[in-house]
Design a protein around this ligand. Structure first.
Ligand code: OAD
Length: 229
């Protein structure tokens, strides 16, 4: 069977109503990255950072997976372990759409990480009021997300999957943030076939063997149906 690694970004969740980062009305238009998405910001102004992520965590309650998430879940149902979804997204829409083989390389909004005991706990409420860690009782919880300047999660597993893949598909990502933006070159150098599915050409669109442009809710189900036909 064909082994497939899918990389997703904010564009796959856009049609669910989750804002992307770099659009004119995107999250990074309203906020300076360095104010909310760096360890330094959290050290100096934890309340601002907590409020930013608390608002985004709360917003997840009001959104649903869209046909792109569901199509990737159908693909997993059909090919099982031969599919790995690597997402830069911190929402949980892949899981709610039915995917189980998902790597959250930038962490998860619905998880808290205790800096005192290093434990991770599923988390659905706010963190701004500094609740105690359910494991150790210390009030040192932070959102379990990867900030700029931190190392993305599970890079070894991702690189191993890319090395063994036959196909690499990048969905809904601008290709602006490394290391994810470099996966296409890593894959191509190993002879992996590469495909971009994005609303518009990404920064690295020329690096792909093939690029299709349009909404993920249309392109992803079409690609999956083709593959499974
Ligand atoms: P961006 O906001 O940079 O890019 C989203 C991409 O999705 C753009 O290329 C859009 O054209 C495309 N897009 C928008 N709507 C779409 C739709 N309906 N269908 C298909 N494509 C669509 O978001 P990311 O590439 O995910 O990191 O950003 C990467 C990382 O930068 C994020 O994980 C985050 C951010 O700063 C951290 O916070 C560490």
């Amino acid at each position: 069977m064909t082994r497939i690694v899918v990389l997703t970004g904010a564009g796959v969740s856009a049609e669910s109503g989750v804002p992307t980062f770099r659009a004119a009305d995107g999250l990074w238009e309203g906020h300076r990255v360095e104010d909310v998405a760096t360890p330094e910001a959290f050290e100096h102004r934890p309340t601002v950072v907590h409020r930013f992520y608390d608002a985004r965590r709360a917003a997840l309650a009001g959104v649903e997976p869209n046909p792109a998430h569901r199509a990737l879940a159908r693909l997993e149902e059909a090919i099982g372990d031969d599919l790995l979804v690597v997402t830069q997204n911190i929402d949980d829409l892949h899981e709610r759409g039915g995917s189980t083989r998902v790597v959250h390389m930038h962490g998860r909004l619905r998880a808290a990480w205790c800096r005192a005991c290093d434990g991770r706990t599923d988390w659905y409420d706010d963190l701004v009021d500094l609740p105690p860690c359910p494991r150790c009782g210390v009030t040192e919880l932070r959102p379990d997300v990867v900030w700029f300047g931190e190392v993305p999660y599970e890079m070894d597993r991702i690189v191993a999957a890319l090395d063994e893949a036959d196909v690499f598909v990048s969905i809904g990502t601008s290709g602006a943030v490394y290391p994810a933006a470099g996966f296409v070159q890593h894959a191509a150098a190993r002879g992996v076939r590469t495909l971009e599915l994005n609303l518009e050409p990404s920064a690295g669109t020329h690096l792909f063997d093939e690029a299709r442009h349009g909404p993920a809710s249309v392109l992803v189900p079409e690609w999956v149906e083709d593959l499974l036909r």
